[in-house]
Design a protein around this ligand. Structure first.
Ligand code: URA
Length: 433
């Protein structure tokens, strides 16, 4: 088999065989196929697409490129939740301990920031002392004792995805349905969960910008998960505005803590309740309504927050910051973004806000960049709000004063103020099972 023939076949819009797909994934993971040939094939896939059978083969090849985890030592049903990536999306920090509080185990592997989107692992590392790298024995022990543990992906899990993702990031081939499906589901299927709830984002801050594309993405992932024997469900949720008010690592952890305390922003709280009740219902804990009532109680009586604090302690983190968020390190500088005229915030380019937060230091421009955990943005006004000239729309935070110039200009380019009130968008668009 030759890589040249596989590239030519896909370039001409033909269907690749299972053997050809596995040949490519396995040999690329082993370093036997050069990046220039892999890039050419990725671009051909991006332009010509893949059939559902090819997408499933690509996903299973990514899954099989490394170790398959065994969570059989974890007692009880295991459920996972995965978001396709967004801005201000701190739901895992809330939903995972919430579900664990109600008796279903969450053994979660999460990623770091990707492009304009944030990552759960970076957020957790903003908690002083929190270790995101544990061996499997320790991870399983914490899941059994606390109910939840969140760690970074081990090096051996789906190594083909690590290489392919890095290549996609620099070859403009990220936003391709078969490539996103195989990347996300290849990793999810290499882990050992019984049920998976997918949070598929749609809108200006998502990788799939239109509702049609997000639905296709969700259906493809649900289908592949079911073929692999998992209980699957996807919610299509709004990412046309940042989720909640905080963007940036410790700022988002603080907002997650407020939400776990029952005092979170409405959109974030509602999405978390919906995700958590769907996860619990999928895991057989009752109807969605019963599960939702239980979730509301666990947020209002502080039990979900206590589970989060226990997880932080078990990971070596400083639990006291959870109960006193003023202990989180503060950014040295802040800058207020003030409305230049009166009107409604009619739309925001959410990806632009994600990029602005990155420019402030909350994400990486290069793989080896250090993160400024206190950097980011607090939104004071969101899409649909009326602002008077001079009102503060957002506060930008950074430890590097020079970063404000570009971040401010990106934020402005991402904010539209008009005379008419925009149409309200739902938080949840569809449920696909
Ligand atoms: N998250 C992933 O892990 N992979 C993608 O391709 C997109 C989002």
């Amino acid at each position: 088999m030759r890589m040249f023939d596989i590239i030519r076949k896909k370039r001409d819009g033909e269907e690749l065989s299972t053997e050809e797909i596995r040949f490519f994934v396995q040999n690329y993971a082993l370093g036997e196929i050069p990046d220039y040939q892999a890039s050419a094939l990725l671009m051909a896939i991006y332009l010509k697409g893949m059939t559902p059978r090819e997408t499933a083969d690509l996903t299973f090849a990514v899954r099989d490129s490394g170790v398959r985890l065994d969570f059989s030592a974890i007692d009880g049903v295991r459920v996972d939740k995965h978001s396709t990536g967004g801005v201000g999306d701190k739901t895992s920090l809330i939903v995972a301990p919430l579900v664990a509080t109600l008796g279903v185990k969450v053994a979660k592997m999460s990623g770091r920031g990707l492009g304009h989107t944030g990552g759960t692992i970076d957020k957790l590392e903003s908690i002083p002392g929190f270790k995101t790298s544990l061996d499997t024995k320790e991870f399983v022990r914490i899941v059994n004792e606390v109910g939840v543990s969140i760690v970074g992906q081990s090096q051996e899990l789906a190594p083909a995805d690590k290489k392919l993702y890095a290549l996609r990031d620099v070859t403009a081939t990220v936003d391709s349905l078969p490539l996103i499906v195989s990347s996300i589901m290849g990793k999810k299927l290499a882990a050992d969960d019984d049920c998976i709830v997918l949070d598929v984002k749609t809108g200006s801050g998502a990788f799939a910008k239109t509702l049609g594309d997000s639905k296709k993405l969700a259906s493809a992932m649900v289908d592949i998960g079911k073929r692999a024997g998992k209980k699957m469900l996807a919610l299509i949720t709004d990412m046309d505005r940042p989720l909640g008010n905080a963007i940036g690592n410790s700022l988002e952890v603080i907002e997650a803590i407020e939400t776990l305390n029952g005092n979170g922003p409405k959109d974030l709280t509602m999405l978390c309740l919906e995700l958590a009740s769907n996860m619990l219902a999928l895991a057989g804990q009752g109807t969605r309504e019963q599960c939702r009532t239980a979730c509301e109680k666990a947020l209002s009586d502080g039990s979900a927050l206590r589970t989060f604090a226990k997880m932080v302690k078990a990971h070596g983190g400083d639990e006291s910051v959870i109960y006193d968020t003023s202990k989180f390190a503060k950014a040295k500088f802040e800058f207020e973004l003030k409305a230049p005229k009166s009107g409604y915030i009619s739309a925001v380019d959410t990806e632009g806000y994600g990029r602005a937060s990155l420019l402030l230091g909350a994400g990486r421009n290069a793989k080896e960049d250090e993160i400024d955990y206190s950097a980011g943005i607090i939104l004071k006004k969101k899409t649909g709000d009326f602002v008077n000239e001079g009102d503060v729309i957002a506060v930008l935070y950074s430890s590097k004063e020079t970063s404000f110039v570009e971040a401010e200009s990106v934020s402005w380019r991402s904010t539209m103020i008009l005379d008419s009130k925009p149409k309200k968008r739902p938080i949840i668009f569809a449920r696909i099972d």
